[in-house]
Design a protein around this ligand. Structure first.
Ligand code: CTP
Length: 402
């Protein structure tokens, strides 16, 4: 099979150096990459670097190789265009259809999916002009990844950082994997909340009750939703995974903190997906000092109290009217019958029922499940990557929201 053709547009921001890493990931991942840096991008990273890393000349000029009509051909023949970093200036030009250099020409001739990964200072990102340009681009079907929060150029910190190259690569990979017919941002304009990981309920400053959830399924849901154009808040309980590009990540530890974060984010969300493994109980008391063993004495039993059931609570009292709520359940026996009972008990719209086994669910990259609907529907998802299950969940959510 021919390698997918990716155009990597680079505009002039300090994060241009991170695009070298993205380029590496793309070429190592089997993509043919043509780099189109703007004139200002070349102030940050020179042409030689782009050419050497991509294995072909960087396309920098409308006026070079004119017989090949580069200002039209590069965009026309691409399977994906990704602009990283996308500066405020580049977004403005793209939103208004300007075509004063090779990259902006390429954006006008591309008929494939286009992903922008903006990077700039917080003030520039938040400026109404930039926000209007982003909304215009999204409205036209482009995927504009929300910048990450963190250290910016100099001593500033805030929103505006380029997400990690590996994670931008993940977005590109997913957009390409969905194929030309399904690559459109079908969840554009949707605000989605996903909880992931497993809660930890502290006993004392060094010990907790926890579970084996890795967070992989919740992260796959968040990544997939970003690649389909949604705005995603990921509530992550004790995960050790890199932040998905474009998702707002809120970190929590306990079930009580998770509840608070979910309720806050759910207030303006179209759908909430509870993929986190929430501890049903927590220790009744918390010892502020480490619990010590005493010679010749048996340990005190640990008394537990119930945690709030977040899924049942938001299903019964939706933080936003018309909101869709999705739960997860892990079962070992009578999977479907138990799943149906749980769906009714929790009151959610969809319940993803996993059969827990050796290779499945916890910590594994694969999963097999059945998605049960409160409307009586049943969608089996064969054993496969967690992102395939994530896509099915979003297909079903999208259908119900439409
Ligand atoms: N959940 C929740 N709040 C809790 C417990 C669970 O929101 N206190 C959510 C989980 O995020 C998940 C679903 O409810 O979406 C799982 O339900 P749960 O009753 O915990 O089912 P199981 O984990 O399958 O456990 P059990 O069979 O013991 O009920």
């Amino acid at each position: 099979m021919a390698k997918p053709k990716v155009v990597l547009g680079v505009s002039g921001g300090i994060a241009a150096y991170k695009a070298c890493e993205l380029l590496r990931r793309l070429t190592e991942g089997g993509h043919e990459v043509r780099v189109v840096p703007t004139a200002s991008a070349l102030h940050f990273v020179g042409e030689a670097t782009w050419s050497a890393l991509s294995g072909q000349p960087a396309a920098t000029e409308v006026w070079a190789d004119v017989h090949e009509v580069p200002h039209v051909r590069i965009g026309q023949s691409a399977d994906l265009v990704v602009v990283a970093p996308a500066t405020a200036d580049l977004l403005a030009k793209a939103a208004h259809g300007l075509a004063d250099d090779l990259l902006t020409n390429t954006l006008l001739t591309a008929r494939c999916p286009v992903v922008f990964a903006p990077a700039m200072h917080t003030e520039m990102w938040e400026h109404p002009a930039t926000q209007a340009n982003v909304a215009t681009l999204r409205g036209r079907g482009a995927i504009v990844i929300e910048p990450a929060v963190g250290r910016l150029t100099g001593v500033d910190t805030g929103k505006g950082r380029l997400p990690e190259p590996d994670e931008i690569f993940e977005v590109c990979r997913r957009v390409l994997a969905r194929g030309p017919e399904r690559s459109g941002p079908d969840l554009a304009g949707r605000r989605l909340v996903v909880s992931a990981g497993g809660t930890r309920e502290p006993l004392d400053p060094v010990r907790y009750l926890g579970n084996r959830s890795s967070g992989l399924q919740g992260y796959a849901l968040a990544r997939t939703a970003v690649a389909r154009g949604a705005q995603v808040t990921l509530i992550a309980a004790n995960t050790a995974l890199p932040d998905p590009a474009g998702a707002d990540v809120v970190r929590v530890q306990t079930a009580v903190q998770l509840r608070e974060a979910v309720l806050k984010a759910a207030a303006d969300a179209d759908a909430v997906v509870m993929a986190a493994a929430v501890a049903d109980f927590r220790p009744a008391t918390y010892a502020s000092g480490k619990i010590k063993k005493e010679e010749g004495k048996e340990p005190e039993p640990v008394a537990l109290v119930r945690n709030p059931d977040i899924l049942a609570e938001i299903s019964a009292d939706r933080p936003r009217p018309g909101q869709l709520v999705v739960g997860f359940a892990a079962e070992t026996d009578d999977v479907l019958a138990n799943g149906r009972k749980k769906l009714a008990r929790k009151g959610c719209d969809l319940l993803v029922v996993n059969e827990v086994g050796e290779r499945k669910a916890f910590g594994s990259a694969e999963n097999e499940a059945v998605v049960l609907g409160a409307d009586g529907s049943e969608h089996p998802v064969p054993y496969g990557p967690k992102e395939a299950l994530a896509d099915t969940v979003w297909d079903l959510v999208g259908e119900r929201l439409a």
